[in-house]
Design a protein around this ligand. Structure first.
Ligand SMILES: Nc1ncnc2c1ncn2[C@@H]1O[C@H](COP(=O)(O)OP(=O)(O)OP(=O)(O)O)[C@@H](O)[C@H]1O
Length: 256
């Protein structure tokens, strides 16, 4: 069991509103962790604090860096610095380049891990190192055979796989996923759930996700964190959290 991400009394105030209210959690590398809560509970703000898009008004965020064994304090660092250290966010920051093929998108993501500047010669097809790394990630997300397809021509489910692949392209210790199955049909949803579980298990990457679809949350999560009015009101296995009276009341007005 390894802690990859930790918050202590994390807080973000907007005027009088406490959008994230003293949240302390440790995320374990073995778990797929989901963050749920009603609309306005503070999930997006919490993600923005973790990824550096917002500065906290109190508390701290610590991250296990890609090549390190100790957690480092990343409170107040920029999204770029936090990403370089090992936290990657998919779906809101990363955008697939629609006009590029799957493999060229991945080559671009890999360049961000090198000290090379981003120019067209860097994504030239003759660069064997970038191509090999890009192919490994394409294989990891089961997109073999679609390497040369322009992203604009992919199905919705496959495009989202490219987004996961781009997040993985920076060799992250933690990937934050925003609603990974939004807009997917049942088959695509099942594939995405399996993909996240497999990668979480087989690699050093740990997934944390927000998700509105409760079936997905219950199916995918080892651990569920519940926010309500900015506060952490429950933290446990899906069964524990669903049995929690406070969660039933707060989250779905007792309908769970
Ligand atoms: N930049 C901001 N300025 C003022 N208030 C904000 C700002 N961002 C968020 N809020 C408020 O903070 C609270 C938490 O919002 P947040 O978007 O984090 O919730 P959420 O759980 O992600 O909601 P949803 O599920 O609807 O996306 C809400 O009351 C929201 O109106």
């Amino acid at each position: 069991m390894t802690t990859v991400l930790e918050t202590e009394d994390l807080e973000r105030q907007f005027g009088k509103l406490m959008a994230v209210d003293g949240v302390s959690v440790s995320i374990d590398s073995d778990d797929v962790t989901s963050i749920i809560g009603p609309n306005g509970a503070g999930k997006t703000t919490f993600y923005n604090l973790l990824s550096g898009r917002l500065d906290p008004t109190g508390g701290s965020v610590k991250l296990r860096p890609r090549d390190g064994t100790e957690l480092v304090d990343v409170t107040g660092q920029t999204p770029y610095e936090i990403n370089r250290l090992g936290l990657s966010r998919a779906f809101q920051i990363n955008n697939v380049f629609e006009g590029l093929s799957v493999i060229d998108n991945l080559r671009v993501a890999r360049i961000s891990r090198t000290d090379r500047s981003l120019n067209l010669s860097d994504i030239a097809r003759s660069d064997p190192e970038l191509s090999e790394e890009a192919r490994e990630i394409i294989e990891m997300v089961n997109l073999e055979g679609l390497e040369q397809t322009k992203c604009a021509n992919l199905s919705h489910g496959d495009k989202r796989k490219v987004e996961v692949a781009l997040a993985l392209g920076t060799d992250p210790t933690v990937v934050l996923l925003d609603e990974p199955t939004a807009g997917m049909n049942a088959t695509e949803t099942e594939r995405m759930v399996n993909l996240v579980e497999e990668i979480n298990e087989q690699t050093d990457t740990t997934f944390v996700l927000t998700e509105h679809d409760m079936e997905v949350v219950l199916g995918i999560s080892d651990r569920v964190l519940v926010l309500d009015n900015g506060a952490l009101i429950a933290d446990g296995t899906p069964d524990e959290v669903m049995a929690d009276e406070r969660v039933r009341e707060a989250y779905l007005g007792g309908e769970l």
